[in-house]
Design a protein around this ligand. Structure first.
Ligand code: DX5
Ligand code: ZN
Length: 214
């Protein structure tokens, strides 16, 4: 299982220590939550923090943008070090524009992901999954860490797993929100490839908490 700790819950009073512990853990990705205070009612970090994380960590930068204009900011975060640029289906006005953004992300040498909120049906991705490197299934309403896992995400994961396996696609399934030792088992059984965990990982011994998910 790929473990992607979300730095939204990191202790920013001592990032050096937290990043060192992540480096020593079994985590392979760093989940970087970008929020603009408009698409979601919270505001987090920009490209300069991503650059700093990229400089201090060997983890793959799994950038999740919860912003209203993901087209405009794709080059900004890719230049700053994103290895995967995941934007929200709900933030782009048409499938054509989504296809345009996926192509642009690929042209910049970055992997492209799409995220769907809990209320968005997985059916909207039935065609798009063929063009994506990752689908991020939100198991909480985006905007804040520490929320309760929404089990309706399990059926979405199963559906995606079937499409990807039947079509022999390279697309990864990642789940984000309320992941802990217990819910990680549920989503693993449903067929995810990667789990995001913020409050669970940074709310205890980072290495131990990551190990319980790997
Ligand atoms: C929420 C973010 C998640 C969040 C996960 O909008 O996208 O990545 O940080 O936090 P936990 O694991 O605490 O639910
Ligand atoms: Zn996230």
């Amino acid at each position: 299982m790929i473990v992607a700790p979300s730095i939204l819950s990191m202790d920013f009073s001592d990032t050096k220590k937290a990043v060192e512990q992540l480096e020593e853990s079994c985590a392979q990705w760093m989940h970087f939550d970008v929020m603009d205070g408009h698409f979601v009612p919270n505001l987090t970090f920009g490209p300069d923090i991503l650059k700093a994380m990229k400089k201090s960590s060997t983890l793959l930068m799994d950038v999740h943008v919860m912003i209203s204009d993901p087209l405009k900011y794709a080059p900004v975060f890719i230049k700053a070090g994103a290895d995967i640029y995941t934007f929200h289906y709900e933030a782009v006005e048409s499938v054509e524009k989504i296809r345009e953004l996926i192509a642009e992300v690929h042209q910049m040498g970055c992997k492209a992901g799409i995220s769907i909120k809990p209320k968005t049906p997985v059916s909207v991705l039935e065609e798009l999954v063929n063009e994506l490197d990752l689908v991020l299934v939100m198991s909480v309403e985006p905007g804040f860490g520490g929320q309760k896992f929404d089990p309706t995400s399990l059926d979405k994961i199963r559906t995606l797993r079937n499409w990807i396996d039947e079509r022999h696609l390279d697309c990864l399934i990642e789940v984000d929100g309320g992941i802990n030792g217990e819910t990680a088992m549920l989503v693993k059984e449903a067929g995810v490839d990667a789990v995001v965990a913020g409050s669970y990982v940074f709310g205890g011994d980072i290495k131990e908490r990551c190990a319980s998910l790997c």
